[in-house]
Design a protein around this ligand. Structure first.
Ligand code: NAP
Ligand code: MG
Length: 496
């Protein structure tokens, strides 16, 4: 047994639930009368956290603290801000196992994925520690020899961050690190299901020396406190990740308040498999990107578009792969697929499958809830494969669960059209050995991220991350983050 396995075994026993208050200049005490429980989705008998339910008045308080702290934080040098983020990265890396176990307990993903997410989150902090130093502007001549113009980028001021539960640590981290690196003060509203992971991020940043006023965190319900955060004139920008309907509602409100908006939303991402593809590589990418994180990744490959001549073979191989996957609690390293994050998430996926099957979708593997034995108290379901024609409701519906929908295409043109036929446009991929098809796909697939012979998932800190169509509004994140978190200023200078 490795040390890591021992850690998990020790963590397997229900622990005292973690108490999480709002952080506004300092941690607030949890008021039990206004608190709610976070339950382990693998076994809802375990209460993993007792969490404050912040109301709109706490939003105003946090925004005031942030507004007062923003100017001096914005004036600290990029090197000083970077040094704090770099220290936070090392603290997070040293606490990675604790953080990983918290994530698995809180939202269910398997421990191997939580470990990767903890390390990746430390990488995001390291990347953004350096990013502001690389900011370059442009210089321009003006009318006279003793005049010059140049551009610089200034912080926005106070930014509000609203995050989902599926990457409970890394999404709060990549937004917060970027916002802080570029000199902004932050008010973060994590998902109701995953405040613990966000609280651990706040702890790492505070321990690294971040002034507490610069980062507030408000656990609570999005519909109750989100509008107060979006509507406030103090909020200069909102960066949101979540579902398309909520993102669009936030954009409507933000437009009214004149707030800069960035929204990363849903996807119905396809992997196109051409008859000339390396099928071993394609199958492994589909299984990883379709069932990983129980299918609850925005970049999940929930659609597979296969050239008709190999559709039966691909389907059979996917059935084989799905049947070999073990579903169970994520803290047990033997499991490949954990529970859905909540009862509602599980119900939504099963309802979507019901609706699809009544419209003619065929389930070729799985499709049911799992509740036998040790799965009885969790939100588990079978990895599921469906087979379909393109022109139904399901082709455009993001299942956000362990469901891969197989569609058949006549040829490349048909596959490309099917790939582009949905409302979403986050990520896409093609498996082929034909360079012309690969390059045409890169140019004509209407998604913000395109892959060739790779899964649709994955995010690198230095590469812009964002989608097209109903998947994104505003500039991309990560490698493109400076565009959102800073405003451009053109300076015109005469010195004689
Ligand atoms: P969601 O319901 O839209 O929630 C996202 C966040 O918005 C949560 O913090 C939520 O708070 C908050 N919220 C809810 N209603 C709000 C309102 N009226 N005003 C302000 N905030 C509000 O999304 P989800 O179910 O957590 O996440 C799943 C979705 O996220 C999927 O569609 C997935 O594709 C998408 N996603 C996209 C990306 C990407 O980068 N493109 C990444 C990950 C996930 P509560 O938790 O309190 O409801
Ligand atoms: Mg939701």
């Amino acid at each position: 047994m490795t040390t890591q396995d021992q850690t998990i075994e020790a963590a397997g026993a229900p622990a005292t639930p973690r108490r999480i208050g709002a952080h506004v200049g300092g941690w607030q005490v949890v008021d039990d009368a206004a608190a709610r429980d976070v339950l382990n989705p693998a076994d809802t008998r375990e209460r993993v956290a007792v969490v404050t339910r912040s109301g709109p008045e706490v939003v105003d308080q946090a925004l005031e603290v942030a507004r007062d702290a923003a100017p001096s934080w914005g004036r600290t040098s990029a090197l000083q801000r970077g040094a704090i983020l770099a220290r936070a990265a090392e603290i997070m890396a040293s606490r990675a196992e604790e953080v990983a176990i918290a994530m698995t307990r809180e939202m269910g993903k398997i421990i191997a994925e939580s470990r990767v997410e903890a390390q990746r989150s430390a990488e995001f902090l390291r990347f953004f520690a350096q990013a502001p130093k690389l900011q370059a502007g442009a210089t321009f001549p003006l009318g006279a020899p003793d005049e010059q113009a140049f551009t610089l980028r200034a912080p926005l001021g106070v930014v509000g961050l609203i995050t989902p539960w599926n990457f409970p640590l890394s999404i709060p981290v990549w937004k917060t690190a970027a916002a802080l690196a570029f000199g902004n003060a932050v008010v973060l509203k994590p998902a109701e299901l995953s405040p613990w992971s966000a609280a651990l991020m706040v702890e790492c940043l505070l321990e690294a020396g971040l002034p507490p006023e610069v980062l507030s965190m408000l656990p609570g319900s999005g519909s109750e406190i989100g509008p107060a955060l979006v509507d406030s004139p103090v909020t200069a920008g909102i960066s949101f990740t979540g579902s398309t309907p909520v993102g669009r509602e936030i954009v409507r409100r933000g437009a009214h308040a004149g707030t800069r908006m960035q929204c990363e939303m849903g996807g119905r991402n396809a992997i196109v498999v051409m008859a000339d593809a390396d099928l071993d590589a394609a199958i492994s990418a589909i299984v990883n990107a379709g069932f990983g994180t129980t299918g609850q990744r925005c970049t999940s490959s929930s659609r597979v578009i296969v050239e008709r001549s190999i559709a039966d073979e691909v389907t059979e191989r996917l059935v084989q792969a799905a049947s070999a996957l073990s579903v169970g609690p994520g803290l047990d390293p033997a499991n490949d697929i954990g529970p859905l994050a909540s009862a509602k998430q599980l119900d939504d996926v099963l309802d979507a499958l019901d609706r699809a099957t009544s419209a003619g979708t065929e389930i070729v593997w799985g499709g049911s809830r799992l509740s036998e034995g040790r799965l009885a108290h969790g939100h588990f379901m079978e990895p599921t494969l469906t087979r379909d024609r393109v022109d139904n409701w399901f082709a455009g519906h993001e299942p956000f669960g362990p469901v891969i929908s197989i569609f058949e295409a006549d040829d490349f043109e048909d596959a490309l059209a099917m790939n582009n036929s949905v409302e979403y446009g986050l990520a896409s991929s093609i498996f082929t050995r034909d360079l012309a098809h690969a390059m045409r796909f890169v140019h004509e697939s209407d998604t913000g991220m395109v892959h060739v012979n790779r899964p649709t998932v994955g995010a690198e800190p230095h590469i812009p991350f964002g989608g097209a169509k109903a998947s994104s509004i505003g500039p991309p994140e990560m490698g493109g983050a400076h565009e959102f978190y800073t405003k451009s200023r053109s300076a015109h200078v005469r010195w004689a």
